[in-house]
Design a protein around this ligand. Structure first.
Ligand code: SF4
Ligand code: SF4
Length: 291
């Protein structure tokens, strides 16, 4: 039996990715299962999804604590979540990142790591940073556990119209790009990371009062707002629209019309883009955040 754990963020399609892996395996005449683990978090919050593939009946119903494969949809999670919990030197890791391996912190040594530039390709093909179907294509080619034909069949069942066409294109592009990829292994001794904690009772997941400031939602972000101070008319709509209250007026600086302008607290901005949507003079542009 092969166990797969996917780490992503709310809205990135981790749950769909796990379902499509299981469906593709089913089309390949294997036994499979898929299920997610997430709470009531908003878009951008870390989520996990799991899949199992086997030639025999799968009786295990637990979360995946010792994965054979780990897929990380967003490399910023490495600093936030113990994505390598329970892995060993046989585990294969696929991470969405276009940075060289030496520049990515928190990676384990002695483990096969594939770095795949899925966000870049998703923006080219889908026009959005939704990388789940791309990662399916990479996963199929790297592991050989599911066939390209079955992944495409699963995608065809899931999506329709233009979204289906683009996602099929994304799967093909990733599959063929992965055929040329080699795993990278950081030299050094492998140090096991502790197994992801099982949630034992409700008190562990209830957030205490006054803890909002501790929740640095800025780490959830893929895009960040950039203000054109000379276009901004200082209407304050963005302050009111921001669900995280993280836009503030810069008191000691003024723009070319002598008006105070706005900035954003990047510790808490989760990149939802609501401020840009609501700005009446289009003074805010959402740009890819190279964190
Ligand atoms: S909504 Fe636009 S114009 Fe109004 S304060 Fe914000 S950035 Fe400036
Ligand atoms: S993108 Fe804009 S509205 Fe959304 S959290 Fe950031 S500042 Fe607030």
């Amino acid at each position: 039996m092969y166990e797969i754990r996917i780490h992503g963020r709310g809205g990135q399609g981790s749950v769909t990715a796990a379902l499509l892996i299981a469906k593709a395996a089913f089309f390949d005449q294997k036994i499979s299962q898929a299920f997610p683990n997430f709470g009531v978090e908003r878009s951008g919050a870390p989520v996990e999804a799991f899949a199992r593939i086997s030639d025999k009946e799968i009786r295990t119903r637990s979360q995946v604590y010792h994965p054979n494969f780990v897929i990380v949809q967003d490399a910023t999670l490495l600093a936030q979540v113990n994505v390598f919990g329970g892995i060993n030197t046989e585990t294969v890791v696929i991470i969405n990142s276009n940075y060289p391996i030496e520049e990515i912190p928190h990676l384990p040594k002695g483990v096969q790591i594939y770095l795949v530039p899925a966000t870049e390709t998703a923006l080219e093909i889908l026009g959005k940073p939704i990388v789940n179907t791309l990662l399916l294509g990479y996963f199929a080619a790297i592991t050989g556990l599911i066939s390209l034909d079955s992944v495409k069949k699963a995608v065809e069942e899931r999506f329709a119209g233009e979204i289906q066409t683009k996602n099929l294109q994304a799967v093909e592009a990733a599959f063929h790009a992965a055929e040329k990829l080699e795993p990278q292994i950081l030299t050094g001794e492998f140090k096991p990371s502790k197994v992801l904690k099982k949630t034992e009772n409700l008190s562990e997941i209830i957030v205490g009062p006054g803890t909002t400031m501790n929740n640095l939602t800025g780490s959830w972000r893929t895009f960040k707002p950039v203000f054109d101070h000379d276009v901004c008319v200082n209407c304050a709509k963005c302050d009111l629209n921001c669900p995280d209250g993280c836009i503030f007026e810069v008191k000691d600086e003024v723009n070319s019309r002598g008006k105070h302008f706005r900035e954003v607290d990047l510790d808490y901005c989760k990149g939802c883009g609501i401020c840009a949507e609501g700005c009446p003079v289009k003074a805010i542009t959402m740009v890819l955040d190279e964190k």
